[in-house]
Design a binder for this molecule. Sequence first.
Ligand SMILES: O=C(O)CCC(=O)C(=O)O
Length: 312
Amino acid sequence: MIVPEAARARTQAVATRRNSEERSMSTAYSPTELPQPTEDWDQLRADLDEHGYCLLANALSPAQVETVRGRLLDQAAGEMADGIAFRDGGPVADDGTPPPNQRVLNMLDKGEEFHQLLLHPIVDEVVCHLLGNQVISSSVTANIANPGGQPQALHSDQGYVDIPITDAVVCNTLWMLCDFTAENGGTNLIPGSHHWNRYPDPVDDYSKCIGLEGPVGTACVFDGRVWHGTGPNRTQEPRIGLLNYWCRPWLRQQENMAASLRPETVATMPERLLQRIGFQVYGSLGNIDPAPDQQGLLVDPGKPRVGRRSVP
Ligand SMILES: O=C(O)CCC(=O)C(=O)O
C-alpha cells in the first residue's frame, strides 16, 4: 500500500535506523523459527495466523514468472519513457532527480497476464481463510525496488482502522518475480506484529524486523495488520514484486475498479474475475441502477441506466 505522506514522515526516521542496524537484527530468530516456503496449505494458514505472513513455494512456474515479469517490465519502461512513471523510495533530489523505485498501478488494465493471479488457488486457500470467501481485489500494483532505494516507513496496510484493531480487513499477496533477499530490498516485516493492536511509532523497538526472503516464484501472503515496508536495495539489480491487495467485500477498494478499468478490459473478464474485482453485489453494497434481478448477481456496466424519468 502506498503510505500517505504524514505517516511516511512519522516513521521514516525509524525505518532508516532499522536499516543501519540490520545485521544485528537478522540474528534475532533461529533459522527454523519463522515461516519457510512450503506448498502445504494447512501450514500456510497456520503460519499466517501465528506469524502474520506465510510463503507459498513455487506459486508461479518459471514460465508464468517470465510472462508476468516480461509484461510488467515492458509496461514500466513504457511509463518511464513517457514521463508518467510513479516513483518513490526516497526524496526527490535537489536537482529534481526522482527517487529510484517505480510503482506500476492499476495493472489489471495493463495486461491479461496479471488477471490470472486473482484466480490462483492461493486466494481460496489462504486469502479467503483470513478475509472470508467473498473477498475482493483492492488493488493490483507492482513495486520495483531499484538499487539505492531507501526503506519504506513501516506501516500496517489497514492503518485507517481505529484501535482496537480486532480483525484483519485487508491482506496482501506479494508475488516475488525475482529472488527476494534481505540485501536486495526483501520486504521489512515484523513477524507477529499483527497481534499487537497498535500502529508503528518511532519509539518502537524494531529489533525483531526481518528482510523477507524467498526464491523467484514464491508468493507471500501477509496480514493487513502486520508492520512492514519495502526494504532498502543494496545490490545492483532491481527487486521486482507484484502486490495483490485484498479487502473484505464491504470495504472501499484502494483502486476504484469500476472507474479505472477501461470497458474493453472489463469485457474480457470471466465471471469469476468480475466477482473478484467487486462487480458482484454484496448485501445492498456495490449496486447499480437498474439493479441485478437477484442478490449475488453481477452488475452489468454495459446496461443502459435508468436516468431521469417522469409521467408525461
Ligand atoms: O514491495 C514491498 O516490499 C512492500 C510494499 C509495501 O509495503 C506497500 O506498498 O505498502
